[in-house]
Write a protein that binds this ligand. Sequence first.
Ligand code: NAP
Length: 307
Amino acid sequence: MSGIVYERVALIGLGLIASSMFWAIRRAGLATEVTGYARSQETRDTARRIGLCDRVCDDLAEAVAEADLVVLAVPVGAMGDIARQIAPHLKPGATVTDVGSVKRAVVDAVAPHLPDTVHFVPAHPLAGTEHSGPQSGFAELFDDRWCLIVPDENTDHNAVARLRDLWRGIGSHVEIMDPDHHDLVLAVTSHAPHLIAYTMVGVADDLRRVTDSEVIKYSAAGFRDFTRIAASDPTMWRDVFLNNKDATLEILGRFTEELFALQRAIRTGDGDHLHAYFTRTRAIRRGIIEAGQDTDAPDFGRKKTPK
Ligand code: NAP
């Protein structure tokens, strides 16, 4: 799909998500001009060097001044402050959106700063990698992934439809969701799993009877996948947990109960319990593959490790 959806788009924050959006917007010709702003000179210089954005601005106000769509692509904890800074410079009729991994806290932090003359349409693309920064982006990141848009009941329908068209043009499937439900779903599918991965890698690091080199050399699929997740950006993930506290704690409480049950089954030798449990979880994996959200290639399609 292609065709101009917004004349001018401003990307605020130039990391993995914003840079991938830029390359995907350019691939499909969805905007006439994309401006970009990042807080550090280093990131702005890198963006200019690699041709990320049509115009990189040193000033936040200049980046958003003419924009029909402003995308907040900074860590969740920084969204409110950015909204406060851009508010006086927004063009009447513009749409402000974000890509934050948490939605209720972002809505509460951003909405009060924005003037009535603009539309606020929060969103969250469900795609990412463990890499960050302006050089980590690529046009295909969002292809066939979901983007959840979380407007409230008063949001202008045309503004929502236009943002949906942008995300479809970028390559994603789009669904509308309530912000609180979003935070619960993401606590199950992303936030709690990340915390568990961080913990497991931390445990391996603490376990001095197994040396670092053994952990790396013999890392089997399970641990290796945890290390990839646990390499994700520390600032982003700190903000996710601080801003999706209730839902994450709810899921971690349930996780702990299940873990105790499995621990008991192992201690008492209850093989039936373990087998039934693992049969149920295997079906979920099949469901994800059938939905096209992962590959069933052996070892997740990885190349063979050289001997
Ligand atoms: P990233 O690669 O780490 O880039 C973050 C950008 O935000 C950088 O340009 C950085 O500027 C800027 N920034 C950081 N702290 C800031 C602050 N306090 N004030 C102003 N700017 C600040 O991050 P990302 O992965 O693109 O994530 C951006 C957003 O997308 C986050 O809200 C995250 O929750 C969400 N998200 C991430 C993923 C993922 O897997 N990575 C997936 C979906 C959604 P400098 O470079 O100048 O420091």
